[in-house]
Design a protein around this ligand. Sequence first.
Ligand code: HEM
Length: 215
Amino acid sequence: MSAAVPSTGLGHQLKIATATMHRRVERTAFMAGLLRGQVDRRRYAGLLHNLQALYAALEDALTRHAATPGVAPVVMPELFRGRALVADLQALAGDSSWTHAPLARATRQYVERLQELSAAKPSLLVAHAYVRYLGDLNGGQALRRVVARSLGLAGSTGTLFYDFGDSATQQRLVQRFRAGLETVAAQLKDTHALTDEALSAFERHEQLFEELAAA
Ligand code: HEM
């Protein structure tokens, strides 16, 4: 699904600033392979395991800052993916053995960064919410069909991660998130730190995908 993006404002700035990095991440061997349906359960569960750790840290931090000015407008628990990721992992692995698998180095560093921001610079968490949730609500929807087909998954089994409700609901969530970004922007003097943090979030994903491709 793709929603119209306003041509001004923080949402627009983030999109423009990260467009090149988005293309790079999309073209990593891991993501390109996933899109072509070249993934097996073990590799896909490996991705979800790392995302689960990332989202646990992100959503802990966002929950902690649900009333913090400059963060609160983008804290939308209906977007949270933590529970869906655990359910998908259980469905794919059939048990909870995945919880013992080691995390990629990029994920451990990503989690540390999120914890650092939560403690010292919560306003930059907005960049990470942007990169993950708008990504899931956009390109994630194309991935859902490919993943279900290549892993032979029926219904929402194993693909709850991509499930935000019907397309009208998704559209509403995108609009609310974008409106939240603009409320945040109205409280900021300078948005550069946010666009830099969003770029570094994409770089962290690129590193993660490189590690997962080599695993
Ligand atoms: C094969 C993988 C991917 C595909 C096919 C894909 C595709 C897309 C598409 C079609 C859009 C909508 C663009 C538009 O409305 O102009 C989009 C937006 C987005 N994607 Fe991806 N994407 C992929 C991976 C990722 C990843 C891994 C991330 C995060 C690390 C990500 C983050 C985003 C973000 C933040 C947006 C919103 C951009 C904006 O409108 O501000 N994407 N993606």
